[in-house]
Design a protein around this ligand. Structure first.
Ligand code: GRF
Length: 202
């Protein structure tokens, strides 16, 4: 099945809730890619900055609220209708429902702004992560890109990159250093994952 789909481009849906700097970076990276396209931006906040990025990059969007996301399978239907093969979470704050995980088993990627398994789990997002890292006097932090399963920040780790936490670092300065790592690595890891995993199945 993947063989046929590889003749066409592999279609990715990006899920994001916020400002979407990673999403925008991913849109730009894959803009003229011969084999991969970003086909959809899924977002649970109608006022999210990331929607503007999607519009400026001419990427279709679907906006939903939390209740719809969990109560119905309408988003799953949209994904199927658009023949989405991979879901990429980029600052998506809702937990992905089990039915979606089952339908996209090992086909959902997430990026976390710390070195999992430390500093992960429910409530560990955004500045909460960086504050905790600084409070616990960690000497290194970094990014983790992993598969998503039914448990928060628990899926198989695909990639980690470290950055030093300096004595003068604040949560804000650490966040800025980590954002640079995210932008540098996330698109490449997505691309490598597609070629090493989806292509192998063709
Ligand atoms: C990133 O730090 C990512 O690690 C986390 O959510 C944040 C999203 O940031 N999952 P942005 O909206 O892409 O700037």
């Amino acid at each position: 099945m993947w063989k046929i789909l590889f003749v066409e481009k592999v279609k990715i849906a990006v899920f994001a809730s916020g400002s979407g700097s990673n999403a925008l970076n991913i849109f730009n990276y894959f803009k003229n890619h011969p084999q991969i396209e970003i086909s959809l931006l899924a977002c649970n906040r109608s006022d999210a900055e990331v929607l503007k990025h999607a519009q400026s990059c001419c990427i279709d969007t679907v906006v939903f609220n939390k209740a719809t996301f969990y109560a119905e399978e309408s988003i799953l239907h949209v994904l199927k209708e658009k023949q989405i093969q991979l879901i990429v979470l980029a600052g998506f704050l809702l937990k992905v429902p089990d039915v979606m995980i089952a339908s996209y088993r090992d086909r959902i990627l997430n990026i976390h702004p710390a070195l999992l398994p430390k500093f992960g789990g429910k409530g560990m997002y955004g500045m909460h992560v960086h504050k905790a890292v600084i409070e616990q006097n960690e000497k290194v932090s970094g990014i983790t890109i992993h598969l998503v399963d039914e448990i928060y920040d628990n899926g198989k780790i695909l990639f980690r990159e470290k950055v030093d936490v300096l004595p003068e670092d604040t949560p804000e300065s650490l966040a800025a250093k980590i954002k640079i790592l995210e932008h540098k690595h996330y698109p490449e890891v997505i691309e490598k994952f597609i070629f090493s995993t989806l292509k192998k199945e063709s």
